[in-house]
Design a protein around this ligand. Structure first.
Ligand code: HEC
Length: 324
Protein backbone atom coordinates (compact mmCIF):
# COMPACT_ATOMS: atom_id res chain seq x y z
CA UNK A 1 0.00 0.00 0.00
CA UNK A 2 2.98 2.32 0.54
CA UNK A 3 3.61 2.50 -3.20
CA UNK A 4 -0.09 3.10 -3.83
CA UNK A 5 -0.15 6.00 -1.36
CA UNK A 6 3.03 7.51 -2.84
CA UNK A 7 1.68 7.15 -6.40
CA UNK A 8 -0.99 9.73 -5.49
CA UNK A 9 1.56 12.33 -4.37
CA UNK A 10 1.68 15.45 -6.54
CA UNK A 11 3.91 17.75 -4.49
CA UNK A 12 4.44 20.29 -7.27
CA UNK A 13 0.83 20.10 -8.47
CA UNK A 14 1.98 19.05 -11.95
CA UNK A 15 -1.58 18.34 -13.07
CA UNK A 16 -2.50 21.94 -12.16
CA UNK A 17 -5.74 21.13 -10.31
CA UNK A 18 -4.69 23.18 -7.26
CA UNK A 19 -4.37 20.00 -5.19
CA UNK A 20 -0.95 18.69 -4.22
CA UNK A 21 -1.01 15.70 -1.87
CA UNK A 22 2.23 15.13 0.03
CA UNK A 23 3.45 12.24 2.17
CA UNK A 24 4.63 12.91 5.72
CA UNK A 25 7.93 11.12 6.47
CA UNK A 26 8.15 10.50 10.19
CA UNK A 27 10.43 8.77 12.69
CA UNK A 28 9.58 5.13 13.30
CA UNK A 29 10.42 4.80 16.99
CA UNK A 30 10.64 1.02 16.70
CA UNK A 31 13.32 0.96 13.98
CA UNK A 32 14.76 4.50 14.27
CA UNK A 33 14.29 4.94 10.50
CA UNK A 34 12.11 7.43 8.66
CA UNK A 35 8.84 5.88 7.48
CA UNK A 36 5.64 6.90 5.72
CA UNK A 37 3.18 8.43 8.20
CA UNK A 38 -0.33 6.99 7.96
CA UNK A 39 -2.12 7.52 11.27
CA UNK A 40 -3.08 10.64 13.19
CA UNK A 41 -4.50 13.98 12.03
CA UNK A 42 -1.17 14.98 10.48
CA UNK A 43 -0.08 11.45 9.54
CA UNK A 44 2.51 11.64 12.33
CA UNK A 45 2.58 7.93 13.13
CA UNK A 46 3.85 5.19 10.80
CA UNK A 47 2.05 2.19 12.30
CA UNK A 48 -0.55 1.04 14.79
CA UNK A 49 1.87 -0.09 17.52
CA UNK A 50 3.43 3.36 17.67
CA UNK A 51 0.04 5.07 17.32
CA UNK A 52 -1.22 3.02 20.28
CA UNK A 53 1.83 3.74 22.45
CA UNK A 54 1.59 7.46 21.64
CA UNK A 55 -2.15 7.53 22.41
CA UNK A 56 -1.52 5.94 25.82
CA UNK A 57 1.29 8.39 26.55
CA UNK A 58 -0.11 11.67 25.20
CA UNK A 59 -3.87 11.23 25.43
CA UNK A 60 -4.05 9.26 28.67
CA UNK A 61 -0.74 9.93 30.43
CA UNK A 62 0.12 6.21 30.64
CA UNK A 63 3.74 5.25 29.98
CA UNK A 64 4.85 1.97 28.44
CA UNK A 65 7.94 0.02 27.47
CA UNK A 66 7.68 1.77 24.12
CA UNK A 67 7.43 5.31 25.56
CA UNK A 68 8.66 5.15 29.18
CA UNK A 69 8.66 8.92 29.84
CA UNK A 70 5.68 11.19 30.46
CA UNK A 71 5.05 13.69 27.68
CA UNK A 72 4.17 16.90 29.47
CA UNK A 73 5.03 19.34 26.71
CA UNK A 74 7.36 22.28 27.21
CA UNK A 75 5.07 24.39 29.39
CA UNK A 76 4.53 21.99 32.30
CA UNK A 77 6.84 22.49 35.29
CA UNK A 78 5.82 19.63 37.59
CA UNK A 79 6.11 16.77 35.11
CA UNK A 80 6.18 13.42 36.99
CA UNK A 81 9.73 12.05 37.08
CA UNK A 82 10.49 8.93 35.05
CA UNK A 83 9.39 5.75 36.84
CA UNK A 84 8.92 2.13 35.82
CA UNK A 85 6.76 1.94 32.64
CA UNK A 86 3.10 1.45 33.50
CA UNK A 87 2.37 -0.89 30.58
CA UNK A 88 4.47 -3.67 29.09
CA UNK A 89 5.24 -3.92 25.38
CA UNK A 90 2.85 -6.88 25.10
CA UNK A 91 -0.18 -4.83 26.22
CA UNK A 92 0.54 -2.20 23.57
CA UNK A 93 0.99 -4.87 20.91
CA UNK A 94 -2.26 -6.64 21.84
CA UNK A 95 -4.24 -3.40 21.66
CA UNK A 96 -2.67 -2.60 18.28
CA UNK A 97 -3.50 -6.11 17.05
CA UNK A 98 -7.11 -5.71 18.18
CA UNK A 99 -7.45 -2.28 16.54
CA UNK A 100 -5.96 -3.51 13.26
CA UNK A 101 -8.75 -6.11 12.99
CA UNK A 102 -11.67 -3.75 13.61
CA UNK A 103 -14.04 -3.70 10.65
CA UNK A 104 -15.72 -0.56 9.34
CA UNK A 105 -19.44 -0.46 10.27
CA UNK A 106 -21.96 -1.86 7.76
CA UNK A 107 -22.99 0.34 4.87
CA UNK A 108 -26.72 0.97 4.58
CA UNK A 109 -27.10 3.67 1.94
CA UNK A 110 -25.67 2.13 -1.25
CA UNK A 111 -29.10 1.41 -2.74
CA UNK A 112 -30.57 4.76 -1.72
CA UNK A 113 -31.32 6.61 -5.01
CA UNK A 114 -30.52 9.92 -3.37
CA UNK A 115 -27.13 8.72 -2.22
CA UNK A 116 -26.42 7.55 -5.78
CA UNK A 117 -27.18 11.08 -7.03
CA UNK A 118 -24.91 12.32 -4.25
CA UNK A 119 -22.09 10.19 -5.63
CA UNK A 120 -22.18 12.16 -8.88
CA UNK A 121 -22.24 15.46 -6.99
CA UNK A 122 -19.22 14.33 -4.95
CA UNK A 123 -17.34 13.68 -8.20
CA UNK A 124 -18.44 16.99 -9.72
CA UNK A 125 -17.02 18.83 -6.70
CA UNK A 126 -13.72 16.92 -7.10
CA UNK A 127 -13.87 15.65 -3.53
CA UNK A 128 -12.28 12.37 -4.65
CA UNK A 129 -9.05 14.21 -5.51
CA UNK A 130 -8.24 13.86 -1.79
CA UNK A 131 -10.96 11.51 -0.52
CA UNK A 132 -9.81 8.80 -2.96
CA UNK A 133 -12.48 6.08 -3.14
CA UNK A 134 -10.48 2.87 -3.06
CA UNK A 135 -7.10 1.34 -2.45
CA UNK A 136 -5.70 -2.16 -2.17
CA UNK A 137 -3.90 -3.43 0.90
CA UNK A 138 -0.37 -4.73 0.55
CA UNK A 139 0.23 -8.26 -0.70
CA UNK A 140 2.84 -9.17 1.93
CA UNK A 141 1.04 -8.38 5.18
CA UNK A 142 1.96 -10.89 7.87
CA UNK A 143 -1.73 -11.65 8.46
CA UNK A 144 -2.94 -13.42 5.32
CA UNK A 145 -6.52 -12.20 5.73
CA UNK A 146 -5.34 -8.56 5.43
CA UNK A 147 -3.52 -9.08 2.10
CA UNK A 148 -4.81 -7.77 -1.22
CA UNK A 149 -8.06 -6.43 0.21
CA UNK A 150 -9.78 -3.83 -1.91
CA UNK A 151 -11.04 -1.26 0.58
CA UNK A 152 -13.07 1.92 0.14
CA UNK A 153 -11.83 4.28 2.86
CA UNK A 154 -12.18 7.53 0.85
CA UNK A 155 -8.79 8.96 1.71
CA UNK A 156 -5.40 9.30 -0.01
CA UNK A 157 -3.67 9.34 3.43
CA UNK A 158 -1.67 12.36 2.20
CA UNK A 159 -1.24 15.87 3.62
CA UNK A 160 -3.11 18.83 2.17
CA UNK A 161 -2.97 22.52 2.97
CA UNK A 162 -6.48 23.28 4.19
CA UNK A 163 -6.02 27.03 4.63
CA UNK A 164 -5.55 29.42 7.54
CA UNK A 165 -8.95 28.91 9.14
CA UNK A 166 -8.19 25.27 9.86
CA UNK A 167 -4.56 25.88 10.86
CA UNK A 168 -3.35 25.00 14.36
CA UNK A 169 0.19 26.27 13.69
CA UNK A 170 1.60 23.01 15.00
CA UNK A 171 4.36 21.41 12.93
CA UNK A 172 4.64 17.62 12.94
CA UNK A 173 7.61 16.38 10.90
CA UNK A 174 6.87 17.52 7.32
CA UNK A 175 3.34 18.72 8.10
CA UNK A 176 2.94 22.47 8.49
CA UNK A 177 0.42 24.21 10.74
CA UNK A 178 -2.24 24.25 8.03
CA UNK A 179 -1.65 20.77 6.62
CA UNK A 180 -3.83 17.82 7.53
CA UNK A 181 -4.01 14.24 6.42
CA UNK A 182 -7.23 13.53 4.49
CA UNK A 183 -9.37 11.60 6.99
CA UNK A 184 -11.19 8.50 5.77
CA UNK A 185 -14.92 9.04 5.18
CA UNK A 186 -16.16 5.45 5.44
CA UNK A 187 -18.73 5.24 8.20
CA UNK A 188 -18.66 9.06 8.68
CA UNK A 189 -22.41 9.12 9.38
CA UNK A 190 -21.95 6.85 12.39
CA UNK A 191 -19.95 9.41 14.37
CA UNK A 192 -22.93 10.70 16.37
CA UNK A 193 -24.05 7.14 17.02
CA UNK A 194 -20.63 6.22 18.36
CA UNK A 195 -20.47 9.30 20.59
CA UNK A 196 -24.01 8.73 21.84
CA UNK A 197 -25.52 5.83 23.71
CA UNK A 198 -25.75 3.05 21.15
CA UNK A 199 -28.47 1.21 23.16
CA UNK A 200 -30.86 4.10 22.76
CA UNK A 201 -30.19 4.40 19.09
CA UNK A 202 -32.06 2.04 16.79
CA UNK A 203 -31.03 3.74 13.54
CA UNK A 204 -27.30 4.41 13.34
CA UNK A 205 -27.89 7.30 10.95
CA UNK A 206 -30.40 8.98 13.24
CA UNK A 207 -27.52 10.67 14.95
CA UNK A 208 -27.39 9.62 18.60
CA UNK A 209 -25.46 12.35 20.37
CA UNK A 210 -24.40 15.43 18.48
CA UNK A 211 -21.51 14.40 16.24
CA UNK A 212 -18.43 16.46 15.67
CA UNK A 213 -15.96 16.47 12.84
CA UNK A 214 -12.56 17.88 11.81
CA UNK A 215 -9.31 17.72 13.79
CA UNK A 216 -10.58 19.87 16.66
CA UNK A 217 -14.22 18.73 16.56
CA UNK A 218 -15.46 22.19 15.60
CA UNK A 219 -17.97 20.98 12.97
CA UNK A 220 -21.29 19.67 14.33
CA UNK A 221 -22.44 18.16 11.04
CA UNK A 222 -20.97 16.78 7.83
CA UNK A 223 -22.09 19.90 5.94
CA UNK A 224 -20.36 22.16 8.43
CA UNK A 225 -17.18 20.11 8.02
CA UNK A 226 -17.36 20.54 4.25
CA UNK A 227 -17.91 24.29 4.50
CA UNK A 228 -14.77 24.67 6.63
CA UNK A 229 -12.68 23.33 3.69
CA UNK A 230 -10.22 25.99 2.48
CA UNK A 231 -6.76 26.06 0.92
CA UNK A 232 -6.39 23.29 -1.63
CA UNK A 233 -10.03 22.31 -1.06
CA UNK A 234 -11.49 25.83 -1.51
CA UNK A 235 -12.65 25.10 -5.07
CA UNK A 236 -14.58 22.02 -3.87
CA UNK A 237 -16.26 24.09 -1.17
CA UNK A 238 -17.32 26.69 -3.77
CA UNK A 239 -18.99 23.95 -5.84
CA UNK A 240 -20.96 22.83 -2.76
CA UNK A 241 -21.95 26.42 -1.96
CA UNK A 242 -23.37 26.76 -5.48
CA UNK A 243 -25.56 23.64 -5.10
CA UNK A 244 -29.26 23.97 -4.36
CA UNK A 245 -30.59 22.49 -1.14
CA UNK A 246 -31.76 19.13 -2.57
CA UNK A 247 -28.35 18.60 -4.11
CA UNK A 248 -26.66 19.34 -0.81
CA UNK A 249 -28.99 16.87 0.90
CA UNK A 250 -28.12 14.19 -1.67
CA UNK A 251 -24.40 14.90 -1.22
CA UNK A 252 -24.71 14.41 2.54
CA UNK A 253 -26.69 11.17 2.12
CA UNK A 254 -23.74 9.90 0.11
CA UNK A 255 -20.95 11.36 2.29
CA UNK A 256 -22.47 9.78 5.39
CA UNK A 257 -21.08 6.54 3.95
CA UNK A 258 -19.54 7.01 0.51
CA UNK A 259 -19.15 4.02 -1.83
CA UNK A 260 -17.24 3.57 -5.05
CA UNK A 261 -19.02 3.49 -8.38
CA UNK A 262 -19.62 -0.27 -8.95
CA UNK A 263 -19.27 0.19 -12.73
CA UNK A 264 -15.66 1.33 -12.26
CA UNK A 265 -14.45 -1.65 -10.26
CA UNK A 266 -11.35 -3.09 -11.84
CA UNK A 267 -11.73 -6.60 -13.24
CA UNK A 268 -10.06 -9.26 -11.13
CA UNK A 269 -9.43 -12.18 -13.46
CA UNK A 270 -6.70 -13.78 -11.34
CA UNK A 271 -8.62 -13.68 -8.10
CA UNK A 272 -10.26 -16.87 -6.93
CA UNK A 273 -13.55 -15.73 -5.40
CA UNK A 274 -14.03 -17.21 -1.93
CA UNK A 275 -10.33 -17.98 -1.37
CA UNK A 276 -10.05 -15.62 1.56
CA UNK A 277 -6.78 -16.92 3.00
CA UNK A 278 -5.00 -17.13 -0.36
CA UNK A 279 -4.14 -20.85 -0.25
CA UNK A 280 -5.71 -21.52 -3.69
CA UNK A 281 -8.48 -23.58 -2.11
CA UNK A 282 -11.99 -22.57 -1.11
CA UNK A 283 -12.48 -24.70 1.97
CA UNK A 284 -13.22 -24.80 5.70
CA UNK A 285 -10.51 -22.21 6.47
CA UNK A 286 -12.26 -19.66 4.24
CA UNK A 287 -15.66 -20.59 5.60
CA UNK A 288 -14.56 -19.97 9.15
CA UNK A 289 -13.11 -16.56 8.20
CA UNK A 290 -16.42 -15.63 6.59
CA UNK A 291 -18.44 -16.79 9.60
CA UNK A 292 -16.17 -14.84 11.95
CA UNK A 293 -16.99 -11.65 10.05
CA UNK A 294 -20.73 -12.44 9.87
CA UNK A 295 -22.94 -9.36 10.17
CA UNK A 296 -19.97 -7.01 9.76
CA UNK A 297 -17.68 -5.80 7.04
CA UNK A 298 -14.68 -8.04 6.48
CA UNK A 299 -12.76 -10.38 4.22
CA UNK A 300 -15.86 -12.51 3.53
CA UNK A 301 -17.68 -9.61 1.86
CA UNK A 302 -17.66 -11.14 -1.63
CA UNK A 303 -20.33 -8.92 -3.19
CA UNK A 304 -18.76 -5.71 -1.90
CA UNK A 305 -21.77 -4.33 -0.01
CA UNK A 306 -19.71 -3.92 3.18
CA UNK A 307 -21.74 -6.60 4.98
CA UNK A 308 -20.93 -10.30 5.31
CA UNK A 309 -24.22 -12.18 5.03
CA UNK A 310 -26.09 -15.07 3.40
CA UNK A 311 -25.43 -13.81 -0.15
CA UNK A 312 -21.67 -14.02 0.49
CA UNK A 313 -22.03 -17.48 2.01
CA UNK A 314 -23.85 -18.68 -1.13
CA UNK A 315 -21.06 -17.30 -3.33
CA UNK A 316 -18.40 -18.99 -1.25
CA UNK A 317 -20.17 -22.36 -1.30
CA UNK A 318 -20.66 -22.08 -5.09
CA UNK A 319 -16.88 -21.92 -5.51
CA UNK A 320 -16.06 -24.73 -3.05
CA UNK A 321 -12.92 -26.68 -3.97
CA UNK A 322 -9.57 -25.93 -5.59
CA UNK A 323 -9.08 -22.68 -7.52
CA UNK A 324 -8.65 -23.19 -11.21
C1 HEC B 1 -7.60 19.16 -0.92
C2 HEC B 1 -8.06 17.92 -0.34
C3 HEC B 1 -9.53 17.78 -0.01
C4 HEC B 1 -10.63 17.96 -0.82
C5 HEC B 1 -10.64 18.36 -2.29
C6 HEC B 1 -11.78 17.67 -0.01
N1 HEC B 1 -11.40 17.31 1.25
FE1 HEC B 1 -12.60 16.79 2.79
N2 HEC B 1 -11.05 16.82 4.06
C7 HEC B 1 -9.72 17.01 3.70
C8 HEC B 1 -8.91 17.14 4.90
C9 HEC B 1 -7.40 17.31 4.93
C10 HEC B 1 -9.79 17.05 5.98
C11 HEC B 1 -9.44 17.17 7.48
C12 HEC B 1 -9.34 18.65 7.87
C13 HEC B 1 -9.29 18.91 9.36
O1 HEC B 1 -9.52 18.01 10.16
O2 HEC B 1 -9.03 20.07 9.75
C14 HEC B 1 -11.12 16.81 5.42
C15 HEC B 1 -12.27 16.58 6.18
C16 HEC B 1 -13.50 16.23 5.64
C17 HEC B 1 -14.65 15.81 6.40
C18 HEC B 1 -14.68 15.61 7.92
C19 HEC B 1 -14.23 14.21 8.24
C20 HEC B 1 -13.96 13.96 9.70
O3 HEC B 1 -13.90 12.76 10.06
O4 HEC B 1 -13.77 14.89 10.49
C21 HEC B 1 -15.66 15.60 5.51
C22 HEC B 1 -17.07 15.13 5.82
C23 HEC B 1 -15.15 15.89 4.20
N3 HEC B 1 -13.84 16.25 4.32
C24 HEC B 1 -15.88 15.81 3.02
C25 HEC B 1 -15.46 16.36 1.80
C26 HEC B 1 -16.31 16.58 0.66
C27 HEC B 1 -17.77 16.18 0.55
C28 HEC B 1 -15.52 17.16 -0.30
C29 HEC B 1 -15.97 17.69 -1.64
C30 HEC B 1 -16.99 18.71 -1.62
C31 HEC B 1 -14.18 17.27 0.24
N4 HEC B 1 -14.19 16.80 1.52
C32 HEC B 1 -13.09 17.75 -0.46
C33 HEC B 1 -9.24 17.11 2.41
C34 HEC B 1 -10.03 17.37 1.30
Amino acid sequence: MTSEILSREDTADTDGDGISGRANWVRDLLTGDMALGRFGWKAGQPGLVQQTAVAYQRDMGITSDYLPDHDCGEQTKDCPPPSAPELGAMSIELVAEYVSGLAPPPRLNHEDPMAIIGMQLFKNANCQACHAPSMRTRSDHETIAYRNQRIEPFTDLLLHDMGQELADDFVEYGASGSEWRTPPLWGAGYVGHVLGTPDECTDPFSGGAEPNYLHDGRARSLMEAILWHGGEAAASREVVLAMHSEEREALIRYVSYPFDDPSLHEAEPMRCVGDLNGDRMVDGGDLSMLLTAWGMNGPGDLDGNALVNGADLTRLLDRWGPCE
